[in-house]
Design a protein around this ligand. Structure first.
Ligand code: ADP
Ligand code: MG
Length: 694
């Protein structure tokens, strides 16, 4: 197999464009893309035609505008290329108009009250910056999605806008620093994706996994991740086959899937692609998730993307590696050999520090979902407090400039591995800090809070916008400065003084940090609902309005959709739990009771009455469990009914958090305890079965 030849074969990339377009049209397209200007319709017609011929050559018969509504996943509506022709024949048609604009019924997608039902129409608009691709014999065209009135209803539009303003203000800075060569600046993202793989047959037997993506019941297995043997351990053959096929399919889609390894928890794995422009990275992450699930099915596996499929076992996240690069390929967050002399780096670094400190709440929101609530703040995941890890080296470099102090780099220690045949290498001056939610990792920041099933759009919209906002303030100063270098020193000093509280290089999982963070005045929104509640604070409305990312109305509608999505998911969980408890667990407890009763009766008959104290206490327990579970279910059903009746989404969310979730926890405890008695009547595959089956 020739991988370089295979790579990107399902993508209408520049290679394919060049092959299918006239050189003149190809040139026009490239220059429009480079300048970011609009394409005229005659070119669009030619591109559409080329795209169609390419797709048909690849066996496609349909096309779809592929978009990312506020559901967090992607949506598509398939149309065939077939059009009637004279004499009852058919021709394959696809026009520039169809490429550029699609119409879609928007009424079934969340709009947060933006779209009145009589205005159900929504539009999708081609995003020429992300390549079209073929998936399942369908030509997929990445598009943005908006309502009839032009309000944005998706995640791509604000992401593209946030990239544009980051470009604008970064360019102002570069120009003020005397850079005349760079013509644009981009944010780049590499999103590492964690996931679980379990056996499909077992998955099919758990309605909770099928409906909610997580186990609603399940006691901890006797063996968890204590031995750490799974982490980077060798791959099981079935997993290895799966990963091979996944890689192949991703490569065809032009995704540089790079490293794959086992994660900490049993059955947990990770995939890291090579970073891309943010918009493309976001599209690709959606495709990665889709492919992961689909290919798992082919291998008799189920891929779980939920943040916390198993209680008491590590959850899954998505590490959003983010940086800023110029059109000349220079990474603006690269410290170089002498960070203490790299003022431009320290300036951009300061912008990130300030942005993260000022907008802690927004970053927290970007990682908040019902699913991530089971993970954030837990033992293994970043806590809900946002802080930045810089490492000692960079912190010292920053301080030396901020306070005109001497800089002493931590010494680079030569490591000489045990065997002489191995080459020497220098030890990294800073060890990785795995506990930090926002860590500087050499030439990029790694935001680790995002949940594994979430779109990375929000996190990056917020990062881009918040950093651009700070850069715009810096640019105002630099553009007016008499002595630019002195102004840079001043900005770095002032920013560090005002925002150093956000820097924390220690252990984020410790109890002491929670106390210290509080003393520093950092925010700690422990639950999603609490975080959502701050999304539409005045500060945030102003930030997004100032840069034309969201109008206040759009932002409020987004806030509403967040609550709505949370409520829907949580109510499905609660109802599924009740259903499982009623239909499967209760009858099992009853069976256990009946069996024990029979033993008691029999022993009475044969005169062994005095010798069955253990059986009696088990019976006692089963009776108790049955009664408790009945009570739990009644309480849960009543709460669900009450919660469902609430019409205010915010109020509903708080009710779910404060009333329904505790009842669910209680119900789970009852059932997990029953499982732990070792009753053979327990109706579901256990954690052991699920986690050690592949
Ligand atoms: P680490 O060893 O710190 O995990 P890796 O080189 O393995 O770093 O990269 C982790 C992820 O970060 C990968 O997805 C990679 O593509 C991405 N990454 C690397 N450099 C950048 C960058 N400049 N911008 C965004 N993401 C990046
Ligand atoms: Mg990582």
């Amino acid at each position: 197999m020739n991988i370089p030849e295979l790579f990107g074969t399902n993508v209408f990339n520049e290679r394919a464009m060049e092959e299918y377009l006239e050189p003149e049209d190809f040139g026009k397209l490239l220059s429009a893309l480079a300048k970011g200007c609009e394409l005229d319709i005659t070119i669009a017609d030619k591109i559409a035609d080329a795209m169609k011929r390419w797709a048909i050559d690849k066996g496609a018969t349909h096309y779809t505008h592929w978009f990312q509504p506020m559901t967090g996943i992607t949506a598509e509506k398939h149309n065939s290329f077939v059009s009637p022709s004279a004499g009852g024949g058919a021709i394959m048609e696809f026009s520039g108009k169809e490429l550029i604009k699609g119409e879609s019924d928007a009424s079934s997608f969340p709009s947060g009250g933006l779209r009145a039902t009589f205005e159900a129409r929504g539009y999708t608009a081609w995003d020429p910056t992300s390549f079209a691709f073929i998936k399942d014999g369908v030509l997929c065209i990445p598009t943005a999605f908006c309502s009839y009135g032009g309000e944005i209803l998706d995640k791509k539009t604000p992401l593209l806008r946030s990239m544009e303003i980051l470009n604008k203000h970064s360019m102002r800075i570069l120009r003020a620093l005397g850079d005349r060569e760079t013509n644009h600046v981009l944010s780049t993202v590499g999103a590492e994706q964690e996931y679980f793989l379990i056996d499909r047959k077992l998955y099919e037997r758990r309605i909770d996994l099928k409906l909610t993506g997580r186990t609603l019941f399940g006691a901890k297995p006797p063996k968890g991740q204590e031995l750490d043997e799974h982490f980077l351990g060798s791959l099981r053959p079935r997993v290895s086959e799966y990963m091979k096929e996944l890689d192949l399919e991703l490569w065809k889609l032009g995704i540089y899937s790079k490293t794959e390894h086992n994660e900490v928890a049993p059955s947990q794995h990770e995939l890291a692609p090579i970073f891309e422009t943010t918009n493309i990275a976001c599209d690709q992450n959606q495709l990665i998730m889709e492919m992961m699930k689909r290919i798992a099915e082919k291998h008799g596996l189920a891929c779980l993307l939920h943040e916390k499929p198993f209680n008491g076992v590590n959850g899954s996240g998505k590490h959003n590696n983010w940086s800023i690069s110029t059109s000349l390929g220079k990474n603006l967050l690269k410290p170089g050999k002498e960070p203490e002399k790299n003022l431009s780096f320290l300036l951009f670094l300061s912008a990130v520090i300030k942005a993260v400190d000022v907008h802690q709440d927004l970053l927290r929101v970007s990682a908040a979902t019902a699913g991530n609530d089971y993970r954030l703040g837990g033992d293994e995941a970043p806590p809900a407090i946002i802080s930045i890890y810089l490492g000692d080296d960079i912190t010292q470099a920053l301080e030396s400039v901020a306070y005109h102090r001497d800089y002493r780099s931590a010494d680079k220690i030569k490591m000489n591995p045990v065997a002489n045949v191995l080459p020497d290498f220098t030890k990294d001056t800073a060890d990785r800090n795995r506990t930090s939610p926002f860590a500087f990792t050499g030439n990029k920041f790694e935001f680790r809070m995002v949940g594994s099933s979430m779109s990375i759009a929000e996190a990056n919209i917020i990062l881009n916008t918040a950093v651009a906002d700070v850069l715009s303030g810096f640019a105002d100063i630099l553009e007016d400065a008499f002595d630019v270098e002195q102004a840079m020193y001043d900005i770095i000093h002032d920013t560090y003084e005002a925002h150093k509280r956000i820097i924390f290089n220690g252990n984020n999982y410790s109890k002491e940090w929670e106390l210290e963070a509080e003393a520093r005045g950092l925010k700690n929104y422990t639950t999603t609902v609490e975080a959502f509640d701050h999304f539409t604070d005045d500060k945030n409305i102003e930030l997004f309005a100032r840069h034309n990312i969201f109008t206040p109305t759009e932002l409020r509608s987004r806030g509403m959709i967040m609550f709505e999505n949370y409520n829907k998911l949580m109510l499905i969980e609660a109802k599924t739990m009740s259903e499982m408890a009623k239909k499967e667990v209760l009858p099992s407890v009853m069976k256990e009771e009946t069996e024990l009763l029979r033993i008691v009766e029999k022993t009475n008959v044969v005169g062994l009455k005095g010798r069955i104290s253990n059986t009696l206490s088990r019976l006692d327990y089963a009776v108790e469990a049955y009664e408790t579970l009945c009570d739990n279910i009644t309480e849960l059903d009543e709460a669900v009914e009450k919660g469902s009746a609430l019409t205010d989404e915010r109020e509903k969310a708080f009710f779910i958090r404060d009333t329904i979730r505790p009842i669910m926890a209680k119900t789970r405890k009852t059932v997990d305890e029953f499982e732990k008695t070792g009753s053979t009547k327990y109706p579901y595959p256990s954690y052991c079965d699920l986690l050690f089956s592949v």
